[in-house]
Design a protein around this ligand. Structure first.
Ligand SMILES: Cc1cc2nc3c(=O)[nH]c(=O)nc-3n(C[C@H](O)[C@H](O)[C@H](O)COP(=O)(O)O)c2cc1C
Ligand code: SF4
Ligand code: SF4
Length: 379
C-alpha cells in the first residue's frame, strides 16, 4: 500500500515506510517482529551478545531476572533470525561485543543477508558498562570512531544506537557522521518523563546523517513531533508492548499524512524553532527575524540566501505566485499554514499541495547542498 510512497533507502537497504520496531533484549526476535511489526519499514532484532564477555554479562543479568538472548552460536542465531523475518520490512540486528573481531564477523554475515548492523552504544546496566559495552562506548569517542570505521570497511550498512543527554549530543552526532556510519538511532530520553525533542532538533542541525528518533512514542502525534524535528524515521519499543496495534496504526497514519502533504517529516517554521530545512519556507530576508541568524550559520549573506532560493526556483513552478507576499512561491509558507493568497496561486498554476511540498523539500536540500558552511561544521 505504501511501498512507493516514501523515498527511503541507504546502500542496499530500502525502507517501505519510516516506522521502526526498536530492539528489546530477550523480547524482539523474529517471532515478535512477525507478529507485531509485519508492516514496519524496519525491525531491529536483539540485542544479541557476540563475545564471551558480553555473554557472561547477559547471563548474569538473566540470573537477576532480566530477559536476554544468549546463544553459544551467536552468528548462527543471527543468520536464522534474519531469515525468519516473513515480511518485507528491512532488518537490523542490534549487537553488543567487547571485541571488534566479533563485530566484524557479524558485519560480514549481516551484509551477506542484506541487513543492517546496529552497534549498541545504548544499554546502560552497570554490569555492561563495567566490561565496556553499550553506553560505555559513548564515553570513549576514539574507540567508537575506530570501531565504526573498521565495521564500515566490510561494506555493511551501519546504524549506531545511542542515548541522548549522556555526552555532548552535537559532538556525538558529528563523530558518528565523520566516522562513516550510515544511521544514527537515538533514544532521545531525558531524566524526567518523555522524549527530548530538542535533542532531535540539535542532531538535525549538526549533521545530515540519516536519523531514527526514539522514545515514548505511543501515537501518531508523538511520531509527528519527532518527524517535524528532523527524524527520517521513528522507532517504538515499549509502546508495542502496551498496544500491539501501534505499528500498524503508525504506518497507516504516516502513509495518509504523506499522501496528503507530500513531506511527512516537514520541519517547523524557523520562527518556531525549525531546523535548517525550514529555510525553504522563509520569507524574503527584508525584516529582522530569526531567518538571518539561521542562514548565517550556513555561511550565507542575505543576498546569497535570496539568490540561492531564486536559482533553485528558476524553471520550476515556485517561480510563479506574483500575488503572494513576496512575489514568488519560493518565499511561501508550509501548506499546513492556511493562506488564501498562496492557495489561489497554486490553483491558478495547477500545482497540487503535494507537488508544492515536494518542490519545497528539494529546495531545502538545495539550500543545504549549496551552503557555504556545511551543516556538520555550522555553529
Ligand atoms: C525491555 C527492554 C529491553 C531493551 N533492550 C534493548 C537492547 O537490547 N538494545 C537497545 O539498543 N535498546 C534496548 N532497549 C531500548 C529500546 O530500544 C528503546 O530505545 C527505549 O525503550 C525507548 O523507546 P520506547 O519509549 O519506545 O520504549 C530496550 C528497552 C526495553 C524496554
Ligand atoms: S523569514 Fe518568515 S518564516 Fe522565516 S523566520 Fe522570519 S518570519 Fe519566520
Ligand atoms: S502569501 Fe501566504 S504562504 Fe505566501 S508568504 Fe505570504 S502568508 Fe506565507
Amino acid at each position: 500500500m505504501s511501498d512507493c510512497l516514501f523515498d527511503l533507502h541507504i546502500g542496499y537497504v530500502r525502507f517501505k515506510n519510516p516506522i521502526t520496531l526498536a530492539s528489546m533484549a530477550g523480547i524482539v526476535d523474529s517471532g515478535f517482529a512477525n507478529k507485531y511489526a509485519s508492516n514496519a519499514g524496519l525491525v531491529v532484532l536483539g540485542a544479541f551478545n557476540l563475545d564471551k564477555a558480553s555473554m557472561t554479562v547477559a547471563s548474569d543479568l538473566v540470573a537477576m531476572g532480566r530477559k536476554e538472548f544468549i546463544s553459544d552460536e551467536p552468528m548462527e542465531l543471527i543468520k536464522k533470525e534474519i531469515r525468519a523475518i516473513m515480511s518485507e520490512s528491512a532488518v537490523a540486528v542490534n549487537v553488543r561485543s567487547t571485541k571488534l573481531e566479533s563485530l566484524i564477523e557479524a558485519a560480514k554475515l549481516i551484509k551477506e543477508e542484506g541487513a543492517i548492523l546496529e552497534l549498541n552504544a545504548h544499554c546502560r546496566q552497570l554490569e555492561m558498562l563495567e566490561v565496556g559495552i553499550g553506553e560505555a562506548l559513548l564515553h570513549d569517542f576514539p574507540r567508537l570512531s575506530t570501531w565504526i570505521k573498521a565495521i564500515k570497511e566490510t561494506g555493511v550498512v551501519l546504524s549506531v544506537k545511542v542515548r541522548a543527554n549522556v555526552v555532548d549530543d552535537i559532538e556525538l552526532a558529528r563523530l558518528i557522521d565523520m566516522s562513516g556510519a550510515d544511521i544514527m538511532h537515538s533514544d532521545a530520553s531525558r531524566n524526567d518523563f518523555g522524549a527530548d525533542l530538542d535533542a532531535i532538533s540539535n542532531y538535525r542541525d549538526a549533521t545530515r546523517l540519516f536519523l531514527i528518533g526514539n522514545n515514548s512514542i505511543t501515537d501518531f502525534e508523538g511520531a509527528k513531533d519527532m518527524f517535524s524535528r528532523g527524524a527520517d524515521m521513528v522507532s517504538v519499543a515499549r509502546g508495542v508492548l502496551q498496544n500491539p496495534e501501534l505499528i500498524r496504526e503508525l504506518v497507516e497514519s504516516v502513509s495518509s499524512y504523506q499522501r496528503s502533504i507530500g513531506w511527512y517529516n516537514v520541519p517547523k517554521h524557523v520562527c518556531s524553532d525549525g531546523d535548517f530545512r525550514a529555510l525553504a519556507f522563509c520569507c524574503r530576508p527584508v525584516k529582522p527575524c530569526s531567518v538571518h541568524e539561521k542562514f548565517r550559520k550556513l555561511g550565507y549573506t542575505a543576498e546569497e540566501f535570496a539568490k540561492t532560493k531564486f536559482d533553485f526556483a528558476k524553471g520550476t513552478m515556485l517561480e510563479f505566485g506574483g500575488d503572494t507576499c513576496f512575489g514568488s512561491l519560493v518565499w511561501c509558507c508550509k501548506i499546513t499554514k492556511p493562506c488564501w493568497l498562496r492557495d489561489g496561486a497554486l490553483n491558478t498554476i495547477g500545482l497540487s499541495d503535494v507537488e508544492y511540498m515536494k518542490l519545497k523539500k528539494q529546495l531545502a536540500e538545495y539550500l543545504l547542498d549549496n551552503a557555504r558552511v556545511p551543516v556538520n561544521e555550522s555553529h
